[in-house]
Design a protein around this ligand. Structure first.
Ligand SMILES: [Zn+2]
Ligand SMILES: [Zn+2]
Length: 173
């Protein structure tokens, strides 16, 4: 879905975006169903502020047990879109407080809101997705599914002298 800049009234406009599964904007995501975004789009000088939220269900692979599962993604949207000419040295005419904002760029006189919604959904996906916080995963030695119970492999007991180092290593992750 595209929104032309001159379609945005001074007070801003509410836009509902719905992307069906199979939409080209979703090509990098394995969505289970359509995704949606409720956005408030407002012009501030040459920039455009987009706020609201996106929601969708995404199929992911658990980082521990490697099984597929579906995750409901609900992500707050707080994006500042800058015209691409900013990159060529023209300063934006209004300085915005950008601490809590994602800054992105747009080209021409038209915003690609489908792409923005897809990107925001992607941002809501954890780096290490887990099917559940308590997922037991698989045994690193025999590969057994530990959700179904212990596999009988003997856990290696780390040498006491190393435990402090291991704790340090964990805390750095
Ligand atoms: Zn899992
Ligand atoms: Zn095992």
């Amino acid at each position: 879905m595209e929104l032309y800049l001159d379609e945005i009234p001074p007070e801003g406009v509410d836009v509902d975006v719905r992307l069906e599964k199979g939409d080209p904007a979703l090509q990098d995501l394995d969505v289970v169903d359509s995704v949606s975004g409720s956005l408030k789009v407002r012009k501030v000088g040459l920039q455009v502020l987009v706020r609201g939220q996106v929601a969708g269900k995404v199929r992911l692979r658990c980082a521990r047990c490697l099984k597929d599962f579906d995750l409901d993604v609900l992500e707050e949207v707080n994006v500042e879109l800058r015209p691409l000419m900013d990159l060529e040295g023209a300063a934006p005419d209004v300085e915005l407080e950008t601490d809590d904002l994602d800054v992105e760029f747009f080209r021409g006189d038209c915003l690609d809101l489908s792409h923005l919604v897809a990107e925001q959904i992607a941002l809501g996906i954890p780096m290490k997705p887990l099917c559940s916080q308590t997922c037991a995963g698989i045994c690193p030695q025999c590969g057994a599914d530990l959700e179904k119970g212990p596999c009988g492999c003997v856990k290696e007991v780390p040498d006491e002298r190393w435990s402090e180092l291991l704790r340090l290593k964990d805390s750095l992750k």
